[in-house]
Design a protein around this ligand. Structure first.
Ligand code: IPE
Ligand code: IPE
Ligand code: MG
Length: 244
């Protein structure tokens, strides 16, 4: 049994971002079709939301589908989208049971109409919840997000809504999909890969990175606690110096 007691006295990161990787390899190891890895991975997401909340994490942001993932075989993309439909439907109920506020980041126009509607329904239904702030990155790519933000800023300058002189880091953050969400303190990537894959590049500027070989469907509360323990051993200097 996992025990929150081991975290007593530890600093809990306010915002944890996760690159949920390794679903395909998890399935392959079991001679199962890749999609079974995604099915199991979706179950892990549900559980980790409860675990994150129970250890005191306030914001959890997960990478569910990248702008690059469209390049996968059509069969796999369709299976992920089908899974997503069920997941979103289910998430509306769970969000209210668990007092979770859900938000989706990423470019929505490429998603099908019914998925977009479900996202809007989910955000609307959970907007007044006060527990975990759960953000799902869907058709998300950091470069795409920044490009869209730049376009909106330029448009607002041209329309006289804002001025070039007023552009600063805070303002740019406010134009990103993550507006209003504090930057992540800790990034976790599963499955042994050590790269960002176009995830939250602006927002992760000062996050601590934690990589584990555990495949996403096997990630659990004990693994989350391990990541938090490791985070506690890090010296976050933010460019300054810490007195010895
Ligand atoms: C992550 O698992 C899920 C998505 C990217 C949708 P993968 O599907 O990338 O699993 P591996 O990396 O092939 O094992
Ligand atoms: C990153 O995983 C995207 C998600 C977890 C949704 P990928 O498996 O797509 O990343 P690469 O291809 O290994 O960089
Ligand atoms: Mg992968």
């Amino acid at each position: 049994m996992s025990n929150n007691k081991v975290l007593e006295g530890m600093k809990i990161p306010e915002h944890v971002a996760i690159i949920m990787d390794g679903n395909g390899r998890w399935a392959k190891k079991r001679m199962l079709p890749r999609n079974m890895g995604h099915v199991q991975g979706a179950k892990t997401v549900e559980q980790i939301c409860e675990d994150a909340d129970s250890v005191g994490i306030k914001y959890l942001t997960v990478y569910a589908f990248s702008t690059e993932n469209w390049s996968r075989p059509e069969k796999e993309v369709n299976a992920i989208m089908k899974l997503l439909r069920n997941y979103l439907k289910d998430c509306i109920k769970r969000a209210n049971t668990n007092n979770m506020k859900v938000r989706v980041i990423g470019e929505r126009s490429r998603l099908s109409d019914d998925i977009r509607e479900k996202i809007e329904e989910l955000e609307e239904a959970s907007k007044n919840n006060t527990g975990l702030n759960f953000t799902i990155a869907l058709n998300y790519g950091s470069k795409d997000e920044i490009t869209r933000a730049v376009k909106r800023i330029v448009r607002d300058c041209v329309d006289g809504i804002t001025n070039v002189e007023d552009i600063d880091e805070k303002m740019i953050s406010g134009y990103l999909d993550t507006a209003g969400i504090p930057d992540p303190d800790l990034l976790i990537r599963t499955s042994g890969e050590e790269r960002l894959s176009n995830y939250l590049m602006w927002q992760l500027a000062y996050a601590e990175f934690y990589f584990t070989d555990v495949l996403w469907p096997d990630f659990d509360k004990d693994e989350l606690i391990k990541a938090i323990e490791k985070y506690n051993g890090r010296d976050r200097r933010f460019g300054g110096v810490n007195e010895e």
